[in-house]
Design a protein around this ligand. Structure first.
Ligand SMILES: Nc1nc(=O)c2c([nH]1)NC[C@@H]1CN(c3ccc(C(=O)N[C@@H](CCC(=O)O)C(=O)O)cc3)C=[N+]21
Length: 291
């Protein structure tokens, strides 16, 4: 029976340490780190995530400069706001909550954020640095997965890691981070032939596909470490809604050596790494290193 990797507990511990560090930073530099979250429209899931991010900011002492725009906000309007935030000395991190309404160009908005304030690590400059193995702002979810693996004492070097999903937000940057940690990385995706044959090779299996309970026990090698990045809200036959991951948790738990739950796994670490990135940018501005 697998050991549960408790992302909620790790997030809590890391955020407590951040709160203490911010008290000291505030004394030293006379201001708190600041994060601006831009949200467009009223997708209820996005609204819930944004609230979660703002609550977490408050908890650790990061000032929120959140801005909420109507669903019909224009590209030009958003670009202007990003330009202003780029110039604003109180703001260390900027993030555009995804997905955006169809009429907006998300890539152009991300490119507009100053790379030093790119709290999501999605700007081409920061992704380029990651690709080259250089330090910099890194995407929150994959960085959170690496922290979870580290905290759970998972050996990575030499191991076979299979990442299912190739998104810019998760799959691609995570594959590069695992490679940097000397894993042998296989990137699988929706077009992969005989996916089960590939996933069965994984010592570390990461599911980031967005399909509820897609990974079943027969796809997992005995003793594997399983990281579930999926966040799927499903409604059961009684009409009750609950959150499930991309992994059949009960089935896979019987086979894996370690596994992250949903909720309480990767999700809270995503938020924690966003706070981490904001403090990292703040410190960098004052010439100090934050790890
Ligand atoms: N620019 C951008 N950056 C993101 O990082 C980003 C985004 N857009 N769009 C949407 C996804 C999703 N995401 C989550 C963050 C926290 C939880 C989280 O804390 N989940 C809790 C449960 C929350 C609940 O109960 O609803 C958990 O898993 O335990 C989940 C998902 C960030 N995303």
């Amino acid at each position: 029976m697998a050991e549960i990797i408790d992302g909620k507990a790790l997030a809590k511990k890391m955020q407590a340490a951040m709160a203490e560090q911010i008290v000291e930073l505030q004394v030293k530099f006379g201001r708190s780190p600041g994060l601006a979250v831009l949200m467009v429209g009223d997708n209820p899931a996005s609204a819930a995530y944004v609230r979660g991010k703002e609550t977490a900011c408050k908890r650790v002492g990061i000032t929120s400069f959140g801005k909420h725009f109507p669903a019909d906000a224009s590209q030009a309007e958003l670009e202007l706001v990003i330009d202003e935030l780029n110039q604003d000395d109180r703001v260390d991190g900027i993030l555009v909550q995804l997905p955006l309404p169809e009429h907006l160009d998300a890539i152009a908005l991300i490119n507009r954020i100053h790379p030093d304030k790119d709290a999501d690590g999605l700007h081409p400059y920061n992704m380029g640095r990651l690709m080259r193995g250089e330090e910099g702002l890194q995407s929150c979810t994959p960085a959170g997965v690496m922290k979870l693996l580290e905290a759970a004492n998972v050996a990575i070097a030499g191991k076979t890691a299979v990442v299912i999903g190739r998104s810019i937000l998760v799959g691609k940057p995570l594959a590069i981070m695992l490679l940097q940690a000397n894993a042998t990385v296989i990137m699988a995706h929706s077009r992969t032939d005989d996916l089960a044959a590939i996933t069965q090779k994984a010592d570390i299996l990461v599911a980031a596909v967005g399909k509820p309970e897609f990974i079943s026990a027969n796809m997992v090698k005995s003793g594997a470490v399983v990281i579930d990045v999926g966040i799927n809200r499903i409604t059961d036959y009684e009409g009750n809604s609950r959150l499930v991951g991309d992994v059949d948790f009960e089935g896979v738990k019987a086979i894996a050596s370690q596994i992250t739950p949903v909720p309480g796994g990767v999700g809270p670490m995503t938020v924690t790494m966003l706070l981490h990135n904001t403090i990292w940018s703040y410190c960098r501005k004052y010439g100090i290193t934050y790890s």
